[in-house]
Structures are given as structure tokens and as C-alpha cells.
Design a protein around this ligand. Structure first.
Ligand SMILES: [Zn+2]
Length: 503
């Protein structure tokens, strides 16, 4: 491997590319070999201009080889290593130890921000080589601890640095600590909806997927958004994971510890939701990794789109394939779905009357069933507030997001401790086997469950869902044992409780 290295991306992973240059006599020409895409070919012009701006004039026949040849190279990530390789070959600089270079060049030699900086930083750290990158990417890379990186404002500064004339300032891998923005909206600013807020708390604590059913204007979207504010802040490792996905797309956002929140509309394509496409990008489910994925107007989603969500919800990862192979993206999300109770929207409304004929109502409910609904532990009704409630509820409404967040964090710690040996993090994740053996029930729970299962016609899967939720309810009150009252509360969130179909 030569000293001049660039990167290409495969999923969220950066792969080292060896940039080799050969200049021979003859008429001027630049050829780039090694499966470059169109953007890499265009790089020839940018690189040549940037070098010229720094007094390096290319002459003769130039061959640039990007190795390994069988690996696809994408985008403008390779401008900088190509320029450094050419500068070396002309004798303008010398480089004895390998280094990674990343960045797109402007004609005048300035460096533009690029995608892939975080994967590149992880690769540089693993290889133990320095990384030179655009200043725009310095912030995100500073979160990668132990990386030896330098922010390069322009090609001239880099050539000066490599020649030992002037040193570039290092990017300190110290792990930025920014203040997290306040919860928006804060739970205590949302009027009424005590039951739905409680369901949010349980969802956040046990990582239970959630379905909100309510008429238009009942505040489902606001409640879904409030969920983010009661989730514990991202850990260092989780923050890096989310940053990695965003960096792959070149999205540079404030690297605080707020969890991602992504809304998907029912008109979204499978590629937009799950990732893939010719450029192979991560989808919304990966951008929501470690955070909340919100599907509004859930009943309108096409079956195929929901079917595509099934596996990632189970595995926490999503694999997308294309001709040249497949890549896997992280996809551990808390799913929140929202829908109307019926096509007209007013079934069960305290004021308006539902005008849906029985057969329309039944068709709608059938559409709501299916594989995804089976993975949603909490089904919650979000009624519209009555005019009386809207008028008389003033001031603060229940505990703040910060108070709930503390409870949620504690309940999560209890679960992590309990399932540590089995390798699970939350009650929602545990398999059937552990539901039966790992959940401690108080003595009167079993006979109570039998009666409930009979009366409510719960299926085997329905029962285990109720027990998992009851375990989270008990964790929220820090009880080692699940009591009948916990089960009672869990039964209120069972599937079919708000949509009317059977569990
Ligand atoms: Zn209706």
C-alpha cells in the first residue's frame, strides 16, 4: 500500500483506497482507472485547476490508479488524495508515512465539506494513520476519540504542512459536549391526554412500539414528538452510531445528545424508508436509528412498505442489496404509528358523530391488522378534548418531560441489569421463552391472567405482550415483582382495545 490513501464508502463503512500516480512523457492527458464513477472522472478537472492555483502545472501523460480496482468508488471524496498523489509525483512534496486524505476541491484549491468523514475517521484510527479533512467536517470528527486528524482549509496549506513549512492545527478528539435543546413540546405543555402521556412513558421506558388512535386534531403528532423529550440522552457510543449514518449522507447537524426523530409519510418509497437505490443510501429507518420513527396516517401505508419494516424492527438492522453486493445499516428504532379511528375520523368522538357504514368500518379495521401491528405493544386512544376541557385546563398539565425522563432512565437501567446475561436491553426485546421464565409475577397474577385471557379472548402472543408491558409498568415503580395492578394497566393497551378488532 502506498502512502497516499483515500476512502470510498460501503454502507456506513469506509474502505481505504490506494491512490497511485504515474506520469510519463508525451502529450498531456489524464486517465483515471479503477472503476471510478462519473464524479471521480470530473475530479480530474478540479484537481488540475487546484494544483495550478498552487503553482503546480501538470504535463505529460498521467495515469491515476485507484486500487483495489474492483471496488466501486463514489462521489468527490477522492479529490484531495488525487491532488496529493499528483503533487508528490511532480516532486512538490514528499510523504514517507501513509496518511488518509478526504475532501472535494474547489478550482482555487479550497476544500469543501464532504460525506463520509466519520467513517473515514474510524478507519484512520483503526489503521493508525493521520487523517486530513475539510474544516466543515472537523466538528463531527472531533467526537471520534483518539483520532489523529487535521482540518485543511485549502490545498496550499496542506502542501505547506506536508513540506514541513507550516503546521496545520490538529482536530482534537475530545468529544464535544453541547447542551441539549429543551424538550419540544414539553409534556407539561400538552393539555389533558393523561392516558396517552402515560403510554408514552411506558413506551420510552420499555422500548415498546406505540400506536396512537384518535380523531383529526386530537394532538397525535404533538404527542409523538413529545416522546423524544422523555427518552434518555444518547450515550457516547449511540451518538457516534447516529452520526455515522448521517455522515454517510453528508448531513451535518448539531452533534448533541438528542435522539433522532423522523417522520415518514405514506407516500414515501420503499427506498426512502429502508434505503438502497443506485447510489445506495441509508433510509429514514436508519436515520431514526436510536431514536423515534413516526408513521403518520398509518392506515394509508401500503402493505409492501410495512412488510419491508418487519425484519428491521425485529433485528435492529436493515440489509439492502444491489447488483454489486449488499450493505447493512443500523435500524434500531422506537416505532410510533398514528391513525384515525375510522375513515371519517370521528368514531368514538365525544362531540362529532361517526358517519361510517359498518362495512366501511370493518374494511378499515382489517387494513389496520397485519404484521406490523403485531409488533406494536401499546395501542392507545387519543380522544379530542371537549370544549369544556379545552377551556378549563390552564397552566401546567402534569409532570414535565424532564421528570418523566428521569423515571424512564431509571426503569431502563433496571431492565438492562435484569436482561444483561441474555444480551437484551429492554422488556420489549425479550423472546417468548424469557417472558415465561424471566418475569417474576406475584402469586395472584396467574389466576387473574387466566380469567382475563378467557374474557378478552387473548391469544398466546397477546398474553406475552401484556406481560412484557406489565413488566415495564412494574419497573417504572421499581418493583421486582409484577402485580395484578400492573397487568390491569397493561391490558388497557392491548391490541384491539382501541381499534375494536380482536387481540
Ligand atoms: Zn367514522
Amino acid at each position: 500500500m502506498g502512502p497516499v490513501l483515500g476512502v470510498t464508502l460501503k454502507g456506513i463503512e469506509a474502505i481505504a483506497i490506494d491512490v497511485e500516480v504515474e506520469i510519463t512523457g508525451g502529450l498531456f492527458a489524464i486517465a483515471v482507472v479503477g472503476l471510478p464513477d462519473a464524479a471521480v472522472k470530473e475530479a480530474r478537472e478540479r484537481v488540475r485547476a487546484a494544483l495550478r492555483a498552487n503553482g503546480i502545472h501538470l504535463r505529460g501523460r498521467i495515469a491515476l490508479n485507484l486500487a483495489p480496482a474492483d471496488l466501486p468508488k463514489v462521489g468527490s471524496l477522492l479529490d484531495l488524495p488525487m491532488a496529493v498523489g499528483l503533487a508528490m509525483e511532480t516532486g512538490a512534496v514528499s510523504l514517507t508515512k501513509p496518511a488518509l486524505f478526504l475532501g472535494e476541491l474547489a478550482m482555487d484549491g479550497r476544500l469543501r465539506g464532504t460525506k463520509g468523514a466519520v467513517p473515514a475517521a474510524l478507519l484512520a484510527r483503526k489503521m493508525g494513520v493521520p487523517l486530513y479533512l475539510p474544516p466543515e467536517n472537523a466538528c463531527e470528527v472531533s467526537l471520534v476519540k483518539g483520532v489523529n486528524a487535521f482540518a485543511v482549509p485549502d490545498l496550499g496549506a496542506l502542501l505547506g504542512h506536508l513540506a514541513g513549512e507550516c503546521a496545520l492545527p490538529p482536530v482534537l478528539g475530545k468529544g464535544l459536549d453541547l447542551d441539549d435543546p429543551p424538550a419540544d413540546p414539553d409534556l407539561c405543555d400538552i393539555k389533558g391526554q393523561a392516558a396517552a402521556k402515560r403510554a408514552l412513558e411506558i413506551a420510552a421506558a420499555g422500548h415498546h412500539n406505540l400506536l396512537l388512535v384518535g380523531s383529526p386534531g386530537s394532538g397525535k403528532t404533538m404527542l409523538a414528538r413529545a416522546l423524544r423529550g422523555i427518552l434518555p440522552p444518547l450515550t457516547d457510543e449511540e451518538r457516534l452510531e447516529t452520526l455515522l449514518v448521517r455522515s454517510t449522507l453528508g448531513l451535518r447537524t448539531r452533534p448533541d445528545r438528542t435522539r433522532p426523530y423522523r417522520i415518514v409519510h405514506h407516500t414515501a418509497s420503499t427506498i426512502a424508508l429502508c434505503g438502497g437505490g443506485s447510489a445506495l443510501k441509508p433510509g429514514e429507518i436508519s436515520l431514526a436509528h436510536r431514536g423515534v420513527l413516526f408513521l403518520d396516517e398509518f392506515a394509508e401505508f401500503h402493505r409492501d412498505l410495512l412488510e419491508a419494516l418487519r425484519q428491521p424492527l425485529e433485528d435492529g438492522t436493515i440489509t439492502v442489496s444491489r447488483a454489486s453486493g449488499s450493505v447493512t445499516y443500523p435500524a434500531r428504532v422506537l416505532l410510533v404509528c398514528a391513525c384515525n379511528p375510522c375513515p371519517c375520523g370521528y368514531w368514538g368522538d365525544p362531540v362529532e358523530t361517526c358517519r361510517c357504514p359498518a362495512h366501511v368500518l370493518e374494511k378499515y379495521r382489517n387494513r389496520l391488522s397485519g404484521p406490523i401491528l403485531d409488533r406494536i405493544d401499546l395501542h392507545v386512544s387519543v380522544p379530542r378534548l371537549t370544549p369544556e376541557e379545552l377551556v378549563c385546563l390552564e397552566g401546567q398539565h402534569g409532570p414535565s418531560s424532564e421528570e418523566i425522563r428521569r423515571k424512564v432512565s431509571l426503569a431502563r437501567e433496571i431492565q438492562q441489569e435484569r436482561w444483561k446475561k441474555e444480551g437484551f436491553h429492554s422488556n420489549a426485546e425479550i423472546p417468548e421463552r424469557l417472558v415465561r421464565t424471566g418475569i417474576r409475577l406475584s402469586r395472584d397474577v396467574r389466576p387473574f391472567m387466566v380469567k382475563a385471557a378467557r374474557g378478552m379472548r387473548l391469544s398466546g402472543r397477546g398474553i406475552s405482550r401484556v406481560l412484557k408491558v406489565a413488566r415495564t409498568v412494574a419497573d417504572l415503580r421499581e418493583s421486582p415483582e409484577v402485580a395484578v395492578e400492573d397487568v390491569c394497566e397493561a391490558l388497557a393497551y392491548r391490541k384491539g382495545g382501541v381499534t375494536g378488532d380482536s387481540a
